[in-house]
Design a protein around this ligand. Structure first.
Ligand code: ATP
Ligand code: MG
Length: 508
């Protein structure tokens, strides 16, 4: 009682259970109503006119309070999915575990969710306490209590311009703090993905993680292993496309969330050779997002895993495999090891293969080769990837510069450039690497033969069509089937130890 009284005097709101919200007017929260999408207002006002409660909720309110234009608007209501559906012309009930309604206006999609109850005590759980199904509707206070962080549990009513704050979200917003609602261990146990979420928000918003919220993470991190791969992948994608990908990954490491958890993160954060490459790739991604450009997940994952591919590619070549088949084998292995834990979508896997497979083709600048490559549907991605390899010091800058010039040149200049290459001009044809060791610039007749065989004679065409994966749902891709090797493996020269790319600092 006394504690409660003192808290009240100090204006400290309890982050645990709160049935009455603090109601904040426009002068207290400062939300600019012009930042609220007109479609979100259409949905809340239609629901309210039909006699229901309706609010903008979650990340959109958080962003509005920060003065950032939300990328999407979620709506929470006390209307059931059926009642919501009846009110809108294009509304679809989706979801099996917990039904929500997608309301569409042209391309704009709004997610409308009925207030969820907190009956998690009786909800079915796995042996680690992860909630498997939870379908109960509830009151707004219950809905607030089951949201993840205090700053994500505020409700904005566009009609009254009031914010309803159940868990001291406004206070934490001002203090730039991420505080979990309820008992941290219990909440992470119910849904371990919350550990990834807190890290993403901390990095993206530049907020601190409140100490009791942060404390259990490093100990409880292994619980993420029990989460279905598709969900982890979803969250990873959000993390990487948050506009603060690099900061997020560094924060994951700081929180102790990277060790032995996700094979992808192990690779990214602990590979000494690829760190510079990954840093450049993520910086470029963050820059693209900041300037409103799209980012292809295929390109992103191809970058994150490139040095793993490179290492295996070199090893296969060292053991006598020709460059192109060696690259295919390396790609197979890497994709397979990742699909076991991360449900890589089929399309993403096929984009990754395309980007990787294009790389040796950039080395072949004679005859029709560069023209053919230019026509590749994903040339631009492959070329951007090549430039990253140059910037990271993995290959000569000259190759990237040549392609930049070729890409921009007119037909006459292009022809001159190719002639210069073919006649062993300034840039040289393809440099013949020392016999020992393996290099990307591999050339020579034997390699040409292998390249030719791979391109024309078999199934090593990297078209990704054999990456079929039967699975449920969007990310339900099962492990990719193993690629068949065509014909006997041919030996080439003597295998030496794999070359290493320039050593760059590791962050571990
Ligand atoms: P952003 O969309 O910018 O990534 P967000 O907070 O909107 O951030 P969403 O995944 O869109 O994140 O979720 C919307 C809201 O749903 C959150 O703000 C939070 O209130 C609630 N929520 C989402 N995931 C969880 C979870 N795992 N546990 C509890 N509440 C969650
Ligand atoms: Mg959101």
């Amino acid at each position: 009682m006394i504690k409660k009284f003192i808290r009240k005097i100090l204006g400290v709101k309890d982050a645990h259970s709160n049935s009455e919200p603090e109601i904040l007017g426009p002068e207290q929260h400062g939300i600019d109503p012009k930042m609220v999408s007109s479609n979100a207002v259409r949905v809340t006002s239609s629901l309210q006119e039909a006699g229901f409660e309706a609010f903008v909720v979650g990340g959109a309110v958080r962003d509005l309070l920060l003065g950032v234009k939300p990328k999407d608007f979620d709506i929470a209501t006390n209307a059931t999915p059926e009642q919501v559906k009846k009110l809108f012309r294009r509304a679809f009930i989706i979801g099996r575990r917990f039904q929500i309604v997608h309301v569409m206006f042209g391309q704009d999609l709004l997610e409308v969710t009925t207030f969820r109850g907190t009956a998690t005590d009786n909800a079915p759980k796995d042996e680690h306490g992860r909630v498997l199904r939870d379908n109960t509707f509830g009151t707004q206070a219950e809905d607030a209590e089951r949201r993840d962080f205090t700053i994500n549990a505020m409700y904005y009513n566009p009609a009254t311009q009031q914010v309803l704050d159940y868990h001291g979200g406004m206070r934490d917003m001002r203090a730039k703090l991420l505080r979990i609602i309820g008992q941290p261990e219990t909440r992470y146990r119910e849904d371990p993905v919350r550990m990834l979420r807190v890290v993403r928000f901390a990095a993206k918003l530049k907020f601190d993680i409140e100490p009791t919220t942060a404390a259990p993470i490093s100990v409880m991190a292994p619980l993420i292993n029990n989460v279905p791969a598709a969900r982890v992948f979803d969250e990873m994608l959000k993390l990487l496309m948050s506009g603060s990908a690099l900061a997020c990954l560094l924060q994951l490491r700081k929180a102790g969330l990277h060790h032995g958890l996700l094979p992808l993160l192990d690779v990214v954060l602990e590979q000494p050779l690829g760190f510079r490459f990954v840093t450049l790739a993520l910086e470029a991604t963050d820059k693209r997002i900041a300037s409103g450009k799209t980012v292809s997940p295929g390109f992103l994952f191809a970058s994150l895993l490139w040095h793993q591919v490179l290492e295996k590619w070199n090893a296969y070549q060292a053991s006598g495999e020709f460059p192109i088949p060696a690259l295919h084998l390396a790609a197979d292995e890497v994709l397979e090891s990742q699909t076991e834990k991360l449900a890589l979508q089929r399309k993403i896997g096929s984009d990754m293969r395309d980007i990787w497979a294009m790389q040796p083709r950039f080395e072949r600048r004679n005859g029709k080769n560069p023209y053919k490559l230019l026509e590749h549907v994903r040339f631009r991605a492959g070329y951007d990837f090549l430039l990253l390899r140059c910037s990271s010091g993995e290959i000569e800058q000259e190759l990237g510069d040549w392609w930049s010039a070729f890409y921009e040149a007119d037909e006459t200049i292009r022809a001159e450039m190719v002639t210069a290459i073919s006649s062993g001009g300034a840039a040289g044809k393809r440099k013949r690497p020392p016999r020992r060791g393996t290099r990307l610039e591999e050339g020579g007749e034997a390699a040409d033969q292998a390249d030719h065989a791979a391109e024309h004679g078999g199934d090593d065409d990297f078209d990704g069509d054999d990456l079929h994966a039967e699975g449920e749902g969007e990310y339900g891709a099962a492990a990719a089937p193993k690629r068949r090797r065509r014909g006997p493996r041919r030996k080439r020269g003597e295998g030496g130890g794999p070359d290493t790319a320039p050593t760059t600092p590791t962050i571990d």
